[in-house]
Design a protein around this ligand. Structure first.
Ligand code: NAP
Length: 507
């Protein structure tokens, strides 16, 4: 098994085009908290000589890996192989802490020195992975390294499993957005190290995060063998605010956990493949589920393990996983929306009974809200562009349906926008004419980007009480956190993180 007593190294690859720039990036990496750097000689504009190597290796602030990656292994070097190997041998002689040598270099030609023996596959998880691992482990390399493109987060778990099971120092990474977990969780599972770029744009491989994100969002410094794992499943997930929100909540409450993005392509088969790969050793305790997997999640968890309203909605956005692997789920969207509305109006959920509510939209969010409104006996009318969709939803939950053109005739007490009309970047659009707003008391826009939509601005000008999608978003995250951990969520902090993200103060 991997040595989990020594802290895995956070390694910054240096991809600058001059030796001077690389040296300066080395200093910046040390200041940013890196444990090691990797000098990617194949990124230098001019082939390096011994003088260059000396200036890279003398007096540097961090241990150095020297890599001179050939094109055949995803690098940029396409010159003479013997020259390449000579430079690596010279680097070892000049004191490089490690030289990275590719597994496809015949053993007799491999330069001598402290070696990371590596293999890269940019097409996907190699079909002969076991054979490659056996070859790496049979070598006398100091560190074994295997890197492959991820086709789904289950490949990230496969990469983690490799060093978890190995008794050799090992780096194994699944590249690309789908493989992010293999980078973030490398610390927990005792890899030799993982890579993080100094700044965005300086990545040496797809999916590499910056050192700042690894430390500030993904809790690199505090993650260890006992850290529990949570994540968000969806497609896309790259811009999800959930990792920042939940990781800061774990930090604030002192819970030893980390939350990762898990990109899963549409399709129940992809969702199920990941869920089947979640073994007890992953310590996965909870998942947020977003588009397009909320229905798949309900099927997977099983209707019998889900509350009645979530069952009626037919979709869940939250899964809890016990240490023995059993699943339970809920939909925190409906409660989040209803509670945001009731809090703003200063009423209880049961006080919704008999109130007239106009819901605009008939998609996933509208469905959750209509189900809850119907549960609390509100008189709901659904307005939707595709009228048949409005009719179907209305039939299911005892509401009325109207074509979207009838929005101007609304005379309900409450309007809830569940469409994307007015969402970034189309911030000048609105689903409701200004004249109509004068007849309404409360306007709730489920959109959270921008925080104040045109609809909310005009509703406020018309004297309506307004409810923002941010309130709903924070409520659903708070409910997820509490569903998983049983600990009171730090709501104010979570809201601050959301607002910071939405106002561009946090990248
Ligand atoms: P969805 O399932 O794709 O449904 C989209 C709805 O918007 C449908 O009713 C669609 O009408 C309507 N629509 C889209 N573009 C339109 C247009 N140009 N004109 C008229 N109608 C249009 O999406 P969803 O998941 O329900 O999300 C809906 C909204 O909820 C999004 O704006 C999102 O920002 C917001 N949301 C908020 C939260 C939160 O926590 N605050 C969470 C998730 C989502 P058709 O049926 O005719 O296509």
């Amino acid at each position: 098994m991997s040595d989990t007593t020594s802290k895995p190294a956070l390694i910054v690859p240096l991809t600058q085009s001059t030796v001077g720039e690389m040296r300066s990036a080395m200093r910046q990496s040390a200041e940013a908290g890196a444990d090691m750097v990797e000098c990617r000689l194949d990124y230098l504009a001019n082939p390096p000589d011994e003088t260059d190597l000396k200036s890279l290796l003398e007096g540097n602030p961090l241990p150095v890996i020297v890599t001179y990656r050939p094109k055949r292994q995803g690098g940029r070097f396409d010159g003479d192989e013997s020259e390449r190997l000579k430079i690596l041998a010279a680097a070892a002689g000049l004191g490089a802490d490690y030289i990275d040598v590719e597994l496809d270099v015949p053993p007799a030609s491999r330069p001598k020195g402290p070696t990371i023996l590596s293999h890269h596959d940019f097409a996907g998880k190699p079909a002969d992975l076991d054979k490659i691992i056996a070859e790496l482990e049979a070598s006398d390399a100091d560190v074994c390294k295997i890197v492959f493109a991820a086709n789904g987060p289950e490949d990230a778990l496969a990469a983690l499993d490799l060093f978890r099971k190995s008794d050799r120092p090992m780096i194994s990474l699944a590249m690309g957005e789908a493989g992010l977990a293999s980078r973030i969780l490398a610390g927990k599972f005792g890899a030799f190290g993982t890579f993080a770029s100094l700044t965005p744009g300086e990545e040496s491989a797809p999916g590499q995060l910056t050192i700042a994100r690894m430390k500030n969002i993904y809790r690199w410094d505090s993650a260890g063998p006992a850290t529990e794992v949570y994540g968000v499943i969806g497609c896309p997930v790259a811009h999800s605010m959930s990792p920042a929100i939940h990781n800061s909540a774990f930090g604030e409450t002192g819970i030893d956990a980390v939350y990762v993005p898990l990109l899963i392509e549409p399709g129940a088969e992809n969702f199920n493949r990941f869920m089947e790969a979640v073994a007890p050793w992953t310590d996965m305790r909870g998942l947020s589920v977003t588009i397009p997997h909320k229905e798949n999640a309900l099927v997977r968890v099983g209707a019998e393990k889900i509350d009645e309203l979530s069952r009626q909605i037919g979709a869940i956005n939250t899964i809890a996983i016990t240490p023995d692997g059993s699943l339970s789920g809920t939909n925190t969207d409906y409660a989040a929306a209803i509670d945001a509305l009731c809090a703003a109006m200063g009423i209880k959920r049961n006080d919704l009974s008999g109130r007239r509510v106009a819901v605009i939209g008939a998609g996933g969010v509208a469905r959750a809200i209509v189900a809850a409104l119907s549960h609390y006996n509100a008189e709901t009318t659904i307005y939707n562009r595709t009228f048949t969709r409005a009719e179907k939803l209305a039939d299911e939950f005892g509401a009325k349906a109207q074509p979207i053109d009838e929005v101007s005739e609304i005379s309900s007490e409450i309007i809830i926008n569940c469409t994307s009309i007015g969402m970034h970047p189309n911030v000048n659009d609105t689903p409701v004419p200004t004249d109509t707003l004068a007849r309404v008391k409360v306007v709730f826009d489920t959109i959270y980007n921008p925080i104040q939509t045109r609809l909310l601005r005009e509703a406020s000008d018309a004297g309506c009480m307004t409810v923002s999608g941010v309130d709903m978003f924070v409520n659903q995250a708070v409910a997820q956190f509490e569903f998983w951990t049983g600990t009171k969520a730090p709501r104010d902090l979570m809201r601050k993180v959301v607002v910071r993200h939405l106002t561009g103060q946090e990248k």
